[in-house]
Design a protein around this ligand. Structure first.
Ligand code: BGC
Length: 369
């Protein structure tokens, strides 16, 4: 209990320091949020810089932010990074938001390692910077991070793969591993979370990674592009699975799972147990008919609203609620970014209807089967 309190206090202090620009050595008393309050007046503009629409969650994010920001009494300036020229495109958008005088910039980074100078300029202009869903790395100029617990997403995926395989039959199981894009700091965290569950089962012989490709750099998928995952799956199947079955696949999200399943089908192989993430509308029918074993529900609306709630609390000068220090996954190389961490939900055919009870579109798809 005591430990928890101390951690909480540190988070608040760090948060206050972030707002006031105090260094860790500063002896100045922790600022109340009122300084921020004065800088985020009602009616001011909140910039939201999102990456390209590589998966459905980002499409939903734009809609959810537009609504939540308007409802909170601010003006929304939501921009997507262009599909090509993604990184420079997003850098320019953030710079424009800063020049225009947005009071808060929420950033879903296209590449979280390449925004150092943009967020530095934003902070110099007195703007509150919130990393959203993906951490911005190697810079002290991020005030907060709002996301689902990404490591736990990975743990759930790893466990789901094991559960699905167990239901299928006797070990050992032939599996292959896929990870997300190396320019997204989440991708490695998802993978590490999953491997924390899978590695012991590889070590004890329950799982056999037939290709031998087990490190993040061997299994990552540039740009989170399904075509890249499909191409790698095709190669693996041709090279390693001509005489044996592929029993299971760790897939980091639904878009990639569908790409991998296309390759499996084209190779004439039977359906492996495969994981996913995002609860995409195109994947729910696959979950319900048993083609895809699992997905993760990260309610985008909840995540967008958590960021807007944080802005409202800062604007009101009150202490932000639910902010934690989680060095295991939110150390961005310069500091542990104070974070609001939401809880992801594992979804399989068995709990889908219940899990999507707050989302009429997904619930209807789950009920349809
Ligand atoms: C998000 C995932 C998404 C992936 C690809 C990640 O940063 O957390 O939900 O599937 O990006 O867009």
């Amino acid at each position: 209990m005591k430990k928890k309190l101390i951690v909480g206090a540190t988070a608040v202090t760090l948060a206050a320091m972030a707002l006031t620009g105090c260094s860790a050595r500063s002896t100045a008393p922790a600022a109340s949020g009122s300084a921020a309050g004065a800088t985020i007046p009602k009616g001011s503009t909140i910039g939201v810089a999102l990456p390209a629409k590589t998966s459905q969650n980002w499409v939903l994010a734009g809609q959810d932010f537009t609504q939540a920001i308007a409802k909170a009494g601010y003006k929304a300036d939501v921009q997507y990074a262009p599909a090509s020229n993604t990184v420079p495109g997003q850098q320019q958008q953030i710079t424009a938001m800063t020049t225009k005088g947005d009071k808060v910039i929420v950033i879903g980074a296209a590449d979280g390692s390449q925004l150092g100078s943009q967020v530095s300029a934003a902070k110099k202009a007195g703007i509150t910077v919130i990393a959203w869903d993906r951490l911005i790395t190697n810079t002290p100029n991020v005030d907060y991070y709002v996301a689902f617990n990404n490591y736990h997403v990975g743990e759930l995926q790893g466990q789901a793969l094991l559960d699905g395989l167990k239901a299928k039959g006797k070990a050992p199981y032939n599996v292959e591993l896929f990870a997300g894009s190396p320019d997204d700091s989440n991708a490695k965290i998802f993978f590490n979370g999953a491997m924390s569950v899978l590695q012991p089962k590889i070590d004890d012989g329950t799982l056999k990674v037939v290709s031998g490709q087990k490190s993040f750099t061997e299994v990552d998928t540039q740009g989170w592009l399904p075509a890249n995952a499909q191409a790698r799956a095709t190669n693996l199947l041709t090279k390693y699975y001509s005489k044996t079955d592929l029993d299971g696949v760790l897939s980091p999200n639904d878009t990639l799972a569908r790409g991998i399943l296309t390759a499996v089908k084209a190779a004439g192989k039977s359906n492996p147990v495969i994981t996913g993430q995002d609860s995409e509308t195109a994947s729910i029918p696959l979950i319900m008919n048993g083609t895809q074993y699992s997905t993760i529900y990260k309610d985008t609306n909840l995540e967008a609203n958590a960021a807007v709630k944080l802005v409202k609390e800062l604007a009101a000068g009150s202490k932000p609620t639910g902010v934690v220090n989680d060095p295991k996954q939110n150390n961005n190389g310069k500091k542990v970014v104070p974070a609001v961490e939401l809880t992801p939900v594992l979804v399989t055919k068995d709990n889908a209807v219940k899990a999507y009870a707050n989302n009429p579109t997904l619930e209807a798809l789950a009920k349809k089967g």
